[in-house]
Write a protein of this length. Sequence first.
Length: 535
Amino acid sequence: MTERGAPLATIRATGTRQLLEMVLLAVAFAAAHTQSPLFYSNQNQYLLHGAALAGEGYLANDWLATTRDPTPLFSLVVAGAYSVHPWLLQPAYFALLMTYFVAVRWLVAAVPGFPDTRAARVTFATLFIATHAAILRWLSVEAAGVDYPWYFQVGVAAQYLLGPGIQPSAFGVLLVFAVGAFAHGRTTLACALAAGACWFHSTYLLPAGLLVAGFVFALNRDGRTRTGVVAGAVALVVVVPVIAYTVWRFSPFEECSQEALYLLANVRIPHHCLPSRWFDLISGLQLAWIALGLLLVRGTGFGRALAFAALGSALLTGLQLIVRSDSLALAFPWRISVLLVPVATAIIVAKLLVYAPPGKWAELAAIVGLFATVAGGVVVIACGLGYRTVDEREFYDHVRATAKPDDVYLIPTDFPKVGSGRGAVSNTFKPPPRAKEGTNQIPVDLQRFRLATGARLYVDFKSVPYAADEVKEWRRRMTLAVDFYAKSVRDNEFYEVLKREGITHVVAPQSRPFVASFLEEEVYSDPAYIVYRVK
């Protein structure tokens, strides 16, 4: 081997080892983070169109599945998984979790002064994983009743990138990759990645726009105006189809659009839309955490870009506080925080290692901690310590076995009385929440009905359409259901309503059985529910 060949071989070996190290650490992150079983929380809305597209059960004719799809590309991914087996969505999310870690690791490598040593890389991985580790989040809930580690990885207003399982918001990892690409001088790629996130979730339009504007600002400040214009133009080309689809399918100019915007912002998701609802002490501390992270990288191009995006978000949030626009609230000016908080966490951890580079013993301690968080993730899943839902499997099994194409089920639902709650909480490692006066909780009973049974559902509160006329129809259906369950005795007027709406089965809680001549005797009963067939 020549003298010139030896260094090249050494470089290749080093590169291979670091690649293997990165993959193993990414696997450790995904295992420690864990994920929910399928059909958990928001998945019951975002998987529906894809499941219907794949021909799951009778969902193709379910009312909500026939409404306009806000995330069509994601639905195609879901349909592809369903065509083989829905379980494929689980390894897909595992891969997304790994991608998130790789993106953060790439970004941290650009933090000035970060030691390029195995001890530093492993120690960073352990500390960063600790802020996402399921076992530590569970321990926090058990010890203090609050999931404190959650606040180091999520944005304000109960919005996040990762969440418990695969859903459109998880593709926000592309925003993290965009920051990493920009930090390493890949400006055009950075802008394209930021715009690409919008293809999976259009609510990333404003955050991605702020981020790209930050990139262009930073480039212009460094005298690279032409590069910034080209990169911004690439982002615009990538995002134009998303904007066109959104305006076409969810026109803000429909006659009932203002009413629909009000319903979404103030009735369905006020915990995401109203600063008076989500801002509290912890949100203020998260903002301070973001400011600290940006301060530590203020001399870098990507730091200036992030600061510009954060300032734009703050100005738009201030504008929203003044004008109180439902349209602006639903654009979520504060959603950029779902990127800024975990990035700030990564930067702060990295800077700690810059000021105190870890040695051999610190590396050994980090490895032990790494194994502990991974083992903890296994324990959380194996022992069912997280992602708990109401056990309704027996009921779902019955419906799945007996449902017919024309069957439509009416389930108990209501507009939850959550008008005065403040702040954002995580229920991932708590028992299933119940709606209570003065809290932000939404009832979770029977929310898995569609995906778990493949049967058609008349309406529920948590899963909602977004087109103006369909939001109005959702409220009509909700109001009808609330009125029906509010009566202790049902008269023949309700019979005509049920027939007109095509409802064939009515589900009642065991604590409130129905009395009505038009309901046949119960066709199913368990300790929680009774199912009646409509004559």
